[in-house]
Write a protein that binds this ligand. Structure first.
Ligand code: NIG
Ligand code: FE
Length: 380
């Protein structure tokens, strides 16, 4: 089954030399991109879709989300908006509700959020555990995530659960819990932050994760300065996420590494924190990605378009930089070469916008602009 999308006003991410091609066409061949080029040269296909001059982009790659949870924390958000600061401890509220939920309730919650993401143009989704914090509850979180998303991250080290000794918990996370979760996950993550896990604990957990075949990524420098970013680089993490409080040394370390700085501006929006300095990172030569961090505490948005708009307005990224960070940046943060672009051979994750260009994602914030989405070549 092949689909020709023709009369594309602006085709994004389909040509290695030119990120945007005008008056273009694209062929989906099964679950892959088969061809991209000028309308006049387009081959025939089983089905033809007329884009009517609108823009076609790679689906968004959301490389950071926490979707396996029960309940919500709207009251905590409201309190924050009237002045209470965000603290890592709120995670424990969600842990209690998540432990009390059935597998089917958790599964339904993940399904609902995945559907919400896909409707908004996200076609690759990463999801972390981290609201279980017992061997059985973390194991079920990664198991359910593995049923429903592309990339699964074991985040037993989200916070030390109430009533548990920190050193005992780190041993559990790096031992029995890791063993139970590793079969379902590709990644290991630690919330390296004051109030969560310190440098020594982070090292112990990342080293054990690596020995179990998982690849590190890190929650780093979200709430204050700290060792997270440099540990991410030292452990060759695929990504250091948040990067809100960075020293010159942190920026230089990222710039000099393959570790992607994943910026999550929805969090700063929802916690009233300063935005990360994207310009400083990009200008220094660091690789950046944008992701939602969709979770019930620090940021309950599933919209990559919202994150793109924030990145442009509040972080001084150009629309091109922001859309690239939300597509190829996310793919790099997940070490994926098959998504985040539309060059022939890519997975056919295609987004038809109800707008003539990618700029409209930031130019018309909050407006639904997704006309159609294909995921692996199938209408989503
Ligand atoms: O990425 N920072 C740690 N974890 C999440 C927040 C989780 C929560 O507050 O429930 C984050 O911001
Ligand atoms: Fe997070």
């Amino acid at each position: 089954m092949s689909i020709l999308i023709t009369n594309i006003g602006e085709l994004v991410g389909a040509d290695a030399e030119r990120w945007v091609i005008e008056d273009a066409a694209l062929v989906i061949d099964g679950d892959r991109i088969g061809w991209a080029g000028p309308v006049a040269a387009a081959p025939a296909a089983d089905e033809v879709v007329d884009a009517g001059g609108r823009a076609v982009l790679p689906g968004f790659v959301d490389s950071h989300a926490h979707l396996v949870f029960a309940g919500e924390r709207a009251e905590e958000f409201a309190a924050r908006m009237s002045g209470r600061p965000y603290a890592a401890g709120g995670i424990r509220t969600t842990v209690a509700k998540t432990r009390a939920a059935s597998d089917d309730e958790l599964r339904a919650g993940v399904r609902r959020l995945v559907a919400e993401m896909v409707r908004q143009g996200t076609t690759t989704i990463e999801c972390k555990s981290g609201y279980g914090l017992t061997v059985a509850d973390e194991e079920r979180a990664v198991r359910i995530a593995a049923e429903l998303v592309d990339e699964v991250t074991y985040l037993g080290a989200h916070v030390v659960p109430n009533g548990t000794d920190a050193a005992d918990y780190v041993r559990l996370v790096a031992g029995e819990m890791l063993e139970a979760c590793a079969p379902y996950a590709r990644w290991i993550d630690v919330f390296c932050e004051r109030g969560a896990f310190d440098a020594d604990q982070t090292r112990e957990i990342l080293a054990a994760g690596r020995a179990a075949g998982l690849i590190p990524r890190l929650h780093a420098n979200q709430l204050g300065h700290g060792p997270g970013v440099r540990l991410a680089v030292e452990y060759d993490a695929a990504s250091a996420d948040h990067c809100t409080f960075l020293s010159d040394e942190d920026v230089a370390a990222l710039a000099d590494s393959e570790t992607v700085a994943t910026l999550l501006p929805g969090v700063e929006f929802s916690t009233r924190q300063p935005y990360p300095d994207a310009r400083r990172l990009i200008d220094a030569g660091a690789k950046v990605a944008l992701a939602t961090d969709c979770n019930p505490g620090s940021c309950y948005t599933s919209s990559m378009a919202f994150c793109v708009a924030l990145a442009v307005r509040e972080m001084r990224m150009t629309p091109e930089e922001a859309v690239r960070a939300a597509t190829e940046g996310g793919a790099r943060a997940l070490r994926r070469t098959d998504v985040g672009h539309l060059r022939p051979g890519a997975r056919a994750d295609v987004l038809l916008l109800d707008a003539p260009s990618h700029i409209h994602l930031a130019y018309r914030p909050g407006v639904p602009q997704v006309a159609r989405v294909w995921r692996s070549g199938l209408p989503a």
